[in-house]
Design a protein around this ligand. Sequence first.
Ligand code: ADP
Ligand code: MG
Length: 680
Amino acid sequence: FIDPSVIDGDKFDLQEIESEKKTSKSASEILQDERKTLPIYPYRDELLQAVENHQVLVIIGETGSGKTTQVPQYLHEAGYTKRGKVGCTQPRRVAAMSVAARVSQEMGVKIGREVGYSIRFEDCTSEKTVVEYMTDGMLLRNIISEPNLTSYSVIMVDEAHERTMSTDILLGLLKDLIKYRSDLKVLISSATLDAEKLSNYFDFAPIFKIPGRRYPVEVHYTIVPESEYIDAAIVTVLQIHVTQAPGDILVFLTGQEEIETTKEILNHRIRGLGGKIPELIICPIYANLPTELQTKIFEPTSEEVRKVVLATNIAETSLTIDGIKYVVDPGFVKVKSYNPSTGMESLLISPISRASANQRAGRSGRTGPGKCFRLYTLDSYQKEMDDNTVPEIQRTNLANVVLILKSLGIDDLVNFDFIDPPAAESLIKALELLFALGALNKFGELTKVGRRMAEFPLDPMLSKMIVASDKYRCSDEIITIAAMLSVGNSIFYRPKEKQVHADNARMNFHSGNVGDHIALLRVYNSWRECDYSKQWCYDNYVQVRSMKRARNIRDQLERLLKRVEIEIASNVNDLNAIKKAITSGFFPHSARLQKDGSYLTVKHPQTARIHPSSGLAQVLPRPRWVVYNELVLTTKGYMRQVTELKPEWLVEIAPHYYQLKDVEDPASKKIPQVSRNSKC
Ligand code: ADP
Ligand code: MG
């Protein structure tokens, strides 16, 4: 006989499968329906008509209206991709990847085929690709090999309001290019109403406005300034979670470390509360987050479960997460800042602009009325914040861009048609740095070293380090170091319950106090010796994913070495040779020990300490001279990725930049021995 429950069960399963089929079939229908609900949809035909009639069009519309995901699809549907690709630039890597993933879903194709993305060190496109999302920096580099952008029929410069340096330069280059390519369409899209400027720049190109939908947002301020904004953010999230109606929360933080710390503390506090509060799903999003986790932020939650998204500025305009009802805004952002009078570049956690604050608040009112909790006072919003963020070109080191422009044959930088020109001083500083690095000769012309450097999609100091490794016969080691540095600060991990083990494992690579660069090299080489094993990574508290990325970047750098005809040479036992190659690129980042244990950068005095994550942070006696990879300014200046150097190397390697007096020891008046005849 047949057990009735089994029959029932079977039936039930069948029904499940049927309904699953139905939902999966309708999933693509749902996506198509969703496309039609976006604010941009009613304007589809009008927009296509405007593109047809004008070579350049400025498109403005609020974040989430569908500019990024829809416009390239409309163009594809209208046949533009028959003549060439539709390229759409994004200021951020994550946005390019995530939007490409979404659009390939909407078009029902596999990512990397018809719809792809290309970002630095990662090309996810194919022969078939017709809609290509990419970073603005990537398109800028592509112009070096394809000056007329012949493979594109349309370029959409998206998120132009962000005014990144690459976007600004692209706009300048495109403005020139359209004179020669009357068939190329240029669309410039922006989330802010400040489109006049973009339009004027392109000889009064028409502006296409997409009316937005926005629900009211209730804005709350703190009464007194918050000194510990992370703590304040955590408390606010918990308060919202416990007291407010359903709806997801979006918290703006400044970077990966801050996000990970906040996540840990939040988890800890929630666990501490036991089962007393409902579930809260924590989703981080930042540039280095693995792709699988990135998509998690878009997964809708059920009614009962609340989601809190901990995001960097990426969620301000580049990514739209549906379902957000509450925004927690501490009011800070990490920006690259540059002091043109000293040539010092640093990462600085600084207050946002009022425009940013308003964008952030707006994220809570997309699908219904929202609330924004500002962790600053009304007074500082009104009186202390700037109206707008300063364009990157006016607050950054221009060396990279100048090198790219020079290799495009654009020599007259002073007369380049910038939308907002950089300070003359910054241009001069960039030229000076490139001269000191040996990329330019004294007439400002690109040298052979400079041409080689321009092949690498890296900061000029890193490229110089690679090019110089030829001389020290250690290119094998140096591209490994460059790849590891490019991965960012996510090589090691430190689980809470195993911190001591993790720290010991990490310090193993530092034995002999070799410095962070060599330690990174050792990590990579040990992993390579163990056949790139995952187990090795687990045993050493090293992130598998970061290592794979480093390997991938390293492979690409190796190919580029061949292109610039530098032989792969290994010199792993001569640490001084490796350090000299590092110093050849990073000599502008040198610092000298002070009596109080802090450091003073040599050329342009700035006090800094060795970042606690460095292998040299605890070493006593402290190294007297160091080079660092980057300087992060919070309340204090911290140097990250630090290696000891001999001061005489500075004069030996960069005689144009350092004189003996710079490296004299003021205490003993001892002058280091220098061989003055060896130049880099
Ligand atoms: P805009 O560029 O005007 O800000 P978008 O085209 O980015 O607008 O967004 C339109 C819609 O697509 C939004 O509702 C957003 O939630 C959705 N969307 C965008 N990217 C993704 C993604 N990766 N996953 C899920 N939904 C997405
Ligand atoms: Mg967009």
